[in-house]
Design a protein around this ligand. Structure first.
Ligand code: NAP
Length: 272
């Protein structure tokens, strides 16, 4: 373990990065660098501000850097960067996005999508909820919701509802999940919130106080676990409504915190 203030970047330090546009809001450099120090890993993660039109050139450049270890991708790059990887995990291919890329010693870029696994890991550790054999309602069909829905399917839910403003996107996501997990009963009926053991918000509704509710709050009840992907604010209107009805709740931050460990594992840099 190293005191972060005593860490020095030397000629041996491996470089990692996070690509985003804009970049100012990212918290990963602080969190990841603290973890590198805690785990005694000689590495540094830096913010890399790149616009969509520059992404391919940046990734090609990083792949040719011998001391580059890997890359985290966030908005808006997660769907595009998958096409710049040499190899991606099966889960990332199903979801159609990548948020963590390891650079192997031969320069190959290996992508994974860890958003959804982070959500499920956080569920298990924070609320004690194991999706195996349970039913889940996922609001949204964008990047976060797709990752959460696929991770819940992988974790063993038997019934899944995907509800989205743009119904066609919910149908399309349902079809993709059904193709991989044919045994799961999947619906897109937004009116069935009360019939599920887990309610997850993967939409951006709740970032502003004035946003419409992502699900019908009146259907929440104390037997449910309710999770939100949104990190800012910490307590979204959904989580406040769920808490008021006696539900167990999961904030957005643990979803990211659990991913940090998964990212370090994907980077393959844990000391032996
Ligand atoms: N905690 C974490 O680790 C983590 C990781 C990833 C993302 N997130 C958070 O998850 C949230 C979603 O991000 P994302 O990347 O998935 O975004 P995205 O791909 O743009 O998807 C946005 C989703 O929200 C829905 N939506 C947006 N505005 C809406 C409105 N006015 N009414 C109804 N539905 C609306 C969209 O529906 P349509 O399809 O109809 O447009 C879509 O389903 C963000 O708050 C993000 O910060 C958190």
């Amino acid at each position: 373990m190293t005191n972060p203030s005593e860490r020095q970047i030397t000629g041996n330090t491996r470089i990692f990065g996070i690509v985003a546009d804009p970049i100012y809001h990212v918290k990963t450099p602080q969190v990841m660098n603290a973890n590198f120090a805690r785990l005694g890993i000689d590495a540094v993660l830096i913010p890399i501000h790149v616009k969509p039109e520059g992404l391919a050139a940046v990734v090609a450049g990083l792949a040719s850097m011998e001391n580059f270890g890997g890359l985290i991708a966030t908005v808006p790059h997660k769907p595009e960067i998958i096409n710049l990887c040499d190899e991606v995990t099966g889960e990332a291919r199903h979801i159609g996005a990548v948020n963590c890329i390891r650079r192997d010693p031969d320069g190959r870029m290996v992508g994974a999508m860890l958003d959804g696994t982070g959500f499920v890991e956080a569920l298990k550790t924070v609320t004690g909820f194991d999706p195996q054999g349970k039913s889940a309602f996922v609001a949204g069909a964008g990047g976060a919701a797709s990752a959460i829905a696929f991770a819940l399917a992988k974790a063993g839910v038997t019934r899944l509802t995907i509800a989205n403003r743009t119904e066609a996107k919910a149908q399309e996501l349902s079809a993709r999940i059904r193709a991989v997990y044919p045994a799961i009963t999947i619906s897109t009926d937004a009116t069935t919130v009360a019939d599920h053991e887990l309610v997850a918000n993967g939409t951006s509704l709740g970032m502003k106080e004035t946003d419409a509710p992502p699900v019908d709050f009146d259907q929440l009840h104390a037997d449910q676990v309710v999770g939100d992907a949104i990190m800012q604010p910490e307590m979204t209107p959904l989580l406040r409504a769920a808490q008021a009805r006696g539900c167990r709740i999961q904030l957005g931050k643990p979803m990211l915190e659990c991913q940090i460990e998964l990212m370090i594992r994907h980077f393959n840099i844990l000391p032996q």
